[in-house]
Ligand binder design. Structure first.
Ligand code: ADP
Ligand code: ADP
Length: 225
């Protein structure tokens, strides 16, 4: 579902952010990517989303070799991917409903079906009653849940998240991680970058550890204590 084969990334003028990284996340699996600040977690997710391109190596996402996706193919690839960011990136002048609807508008889904799916996604994250509100009137945790609803509304095969609980207190962080696990339960492949080790340990999911751009450990969920 997600496969990295000897992937390296060197930013222009920079040192190597990822070095010969190889790993695979199976369809329907949930895994964490962790490591110190600067270890390469964000870079790894950006390569999956084609926000950045690797300097070397092969990446396959949902059966698609990314090297074969040109500029014009990026929107189509992104429709198969849900993305969640730490700073949620909501449109603050649009309602919660409109924010979640956005991927479906881009996907050309008919209005009645859009409404049905937006409400299903909002219900999933427990925010159905907030659909007419502006994001400003919501708490940080609620805003993050809107971001998650937006990421999953188009039913992507793969969900990636970059420090999705970075701004949240521990209790809310646990709830958000629980939501990701629920999406795994319905068949979504989930990859979450986080440096919050206590939280990761509670989840008992696979943990891929990066150190200076190299994979230094890959711990199966049942061995995460
Ligand atoms: P993490 O998410 O684990 O903190 P990043 O992937 O953001 O790590 O960064 C990995 C390395 O790549 C760091 O040394 C960082 O400074 C560098 N880096 C990240 N983005 C860029 C960029 N756009 N240009 C140059 N260097 C970058
Ligand atoms: P729907 O009414 O669209 O069938 P469900 O009640 O089955 O929705 O699911 C609620 C929400 O969970 C959906 O809107 C969708 O965002 C998400 N979802 C459900 N199934 C999947 C899936 N297989 N992959 C990704 N997301 C899904």
């Amino acid at each position: 579902m997600i496969r990295f084969d000897q992937v390296s990334k060197r930013y222009e003028g920079g040192h190597e952010a990822l070095s010969q990284l190889s790993f695979e996340v199976a369809a329907g699996e949930m895994a964490f990517v962790t490591g110190h600040s600067g270890a390469g977690k964000s870079t790894l997710l950006k390569l999956i989303a084609l926000i950045e391109r690797p300097s070397h190596g092969q990446i396959v996402v949902d059966g698609q070799a990314l090297a074969k996706v040109g500029r014009g193919g990026i929107p189509k690839l992104r429709r198969r991917l849900g993305m969640v960011f730490q700073d949620h990136r909501l449109l603050m002048d649009r309602t919660v409903f409109a924010n979640v609807e956005l991927p479906l508008l881009i996907g050309g889904i008919a209005p009645a079906e859009r409404s049905r799916r937006v409400r299903a996604a909002l219900e999933k994250v427990g925010l159905l009653s907030y659909e007419r509100q502006l994001p400003d009137s919501l708490s940080t945790g609620e805003q993050q849940r809107v971001g998650i609803a937006r990421a999953i509304v188009a039913r992507p095969a793969v969900l990636i998240a970059d420090e999705p609980t970075g701004n949240l207190d521990p209790q809310l962080a646990v709830e958000i991680m629980g939501l990701f696990a629920e999406f795994q339960d319905i068949g979504t492949t989930v990859l979450v970058a986080s440096h919050d080790l206590p939280l990761i340990k509670r989840m008992h999911k696979r943990v891929v550890v990066l150190d200076h751009g190299r994979l230094v450990a890959d711990i199966p969920g049942e061995e995460v204590l």
